[in-house]
Design a protein around this ligand. Structure first.
Ligand code: NAD
Length: 477
């Protein structure tokens, strides 16, 4: 006999898990939601998206206060009170996770604090805080256990003074010299926070460019700014050796030409990717299968190879983004409730919350090139945007990737302040099958950065109002 019988057991209460649990309950199912934290939220709320965005907001304020001087307002040098900064950040996290706890209660979801492992394809063993063990039986389970930081080669993450992203977001102190290893989302976002707080940041990236896979013209906008913010950006560079010393680490770096150099840092952040979290889940007691990279295999309904078990979010494949997890979670809940549903988005937006932000959705230009897809592209440089000028932030670019025959919008890329908010229009355009003329004819408010999307659409025919380009037919590429 199980201690708890439930129709749906959701393992992991991040944006994938709590979204699945909430919708399953809304659709009339009896739900148990299991997570080690006292409230739902997962890595996104406790150690990822939310604390990092709270800190990035403060970083933006610091950087704004510096540039305000050029516009006639001098705030002086900001004094940073780390304790108060951390208290504020923790308050934001507590408010949101507490709110999710309330929402779970209102829906009569049974929230079980602990970790669960499958004992069969219909039962789970739950280890609760304090060591007690409960057995759960379920009709359907949703695995939403997320991902964990990938260790540096050679286990260097275990070395003193080397932080992962969760530790870095604690901001216990601001090192004078920080090494960031990895020029992806986390390295760039957290590197930006520490640089604004006063660290001299060196970033090393193994490949030849930041944010591998993202269109280079968008990355270039960010890179130009980071060259001023960071002490050094070392591309094509890896860490060869690390040794702790009294107050820091000695690090041997190898550059693109094979040349080695030894440098000393107070601390290092390892941000070289994340991997799906499946160990200790007892998957060997189920029919759930994994792919070569360790992601759980799912179909469009989010169903694993074990028909009563679903998987959503980071554990079920890339991109490892909270909003993708939420939509997958909702798909799984609908299917479990007997509805016809599938996760088949035309566009999943991605946002790097740096300064400036980079955001894209749908087909990127580099993907179109590598897959041999015919496309036309229109770029609108923010130097021609009135709103960007009033913000003192003309460093931006909006681009549309369109089908050259129908002019249907296939992809949107934006680099510039607020790109993360602007990209939602791109997602809607792609999902609704909009073409460039539709966007050009939709009146965008003036003066706003959203006009850059409208003008990029007009620019496809060389007829943007604020940007002169000789008239031309969209070029087939
Ligand atoms: P990432 O995959 O974005 O970037 C890792 C980077 O490290 C890559 O550029 C890679 O080339 C580089 N790298 C790998 N090994 C290296 C080595 N030995 N030395 C130097 N560089 C090395 O991974 P991440 O930044 O750790 O983030 C993990 C995931 O978390 C992301 O893929 C993303 O899906 C998610 N995330 C999203 C957001 C957001 O939505 N804004 C923010 C943070 C994290």
């Amino acid at each position: 006999m199980a201690d708890v019988d439930t129709q749906v057991a959701v393992i992991g209460a991040g944006p994938g898990g709590y979204a699945a649990a909430f919708l399953a309950a809304d659709l009339g199912l009896q739900v148990a939601l299991i997570d080690p934290e006292p409230n739902p939220g997962g890595v996104c709320l406790y150690q990822g998206c939310i604390p990092s965005k709270a800190l990035l907001h403060v970083a933006a304020q610091i950087m704004e206060s510096r540039t305000a001087k050029d516009r006639g307002v001098d705030f002086g040098n900001p004094k940073i009170h780390l304790h108060r900064l951390n208290e504020w950040k923790k308050g934001v996290v507590a408010k949101l996770t507490g709110g999710l706890g309330q929402l779970a209660k209102q829906r009569r979801i049974r929230y079980l604090q602990g970790t669960a492992a499958f004992s069969s394809h219909r039962t789970l063993e739950l280890k609760q805080a304090g060591g007690s063990i409960k057995n759960l039986s379920f009709e359907h389970a949703v695995i939403a256990t997320g991902s964990q930081a990938r260790p540096l080669p050679g286990g260097a993450t275990e070395i003193d003074f080397v932080m992962d992203s969760s530790e870095a977001l604690e901001v216990n102190s601001v090192p004078q010299k920080l090494l960031v290893i990895g020029g992806g989302y986390i390295g760039l976002e957290i590197g930006t926070v520490y640089a604004a707080l006063g660290s001299r940041v060196t970033l090393v990236e193994m490949t030849q460019g930041l944010l591998p896979g993202v269109d280079r013209d968008l990355v270039q906008v960010l890179q130009k700014r980071l060259e001023g913010l960071f002490e050094a950006l070392l591309l094509g560079t890896t860490v060869k050796e690390m040794k702790t010393r009294k107050n820091g680490i000695t690090i041997v770096l190898e550059g693109p030409d094979g040349e080695r150099q030894t440098r000393i840092f107070e601390r290092a952040l390892a941000a070289v990717g994340r991997s799906p979290k499946t160990s200790g889940l007892g998957l060997e007691n189920t029919g759930v299968e994994m792919d070569k990279r360790g992601f759980i295999r799912v179909d469009a309904e989010q169903r694993t190879s074990d028909p009563s078990i679903f998987a959503v979010g980071d554990v079920a494949g890339e991109p490892m983004l909270a909003h993708k997890a939420t939509h997958e979670g909702r798909t799984a809940a609908e299917v479990i409730a007997g509805r016809k549903a599938a996760f088949e988005p035309a566009a999943i937006p991605a946002v790097v919350f740096t300064d400036p932000e980079i955001a894209w959705a749908g087909l990127t230009e580099s993907e179109a090139k590598s897959r041999g897809i015919a496309y036309a592209v229109s770029r609108f440089p923010w130097g021609a945007s009135g709103r960007a000028a009033t913000l003192g932030r003309s460093d931006g670019l909006t681009k549309l990737v369109v089908d050259p025959r129908s002019e249907r919008i296939l992809g949107v890329g934006i680099a510039g302040v607020g790109a993360g908010e602007l990209i939602a229009e791109g997602v809607l355009a792609i999902e609704m099958g909009t073409n460039a003329t539709d966007i050009g004819l939709s009146i965008h408010p003036h003066p706003t950065l959203s006009e850059t999307i409208m003008e990029a659409a007009e620019g496809l025919h060389g007829t943007a109002t604020s940007y002169f380009q000789p008239r031309r037919k969209p070029k087939l590429r």
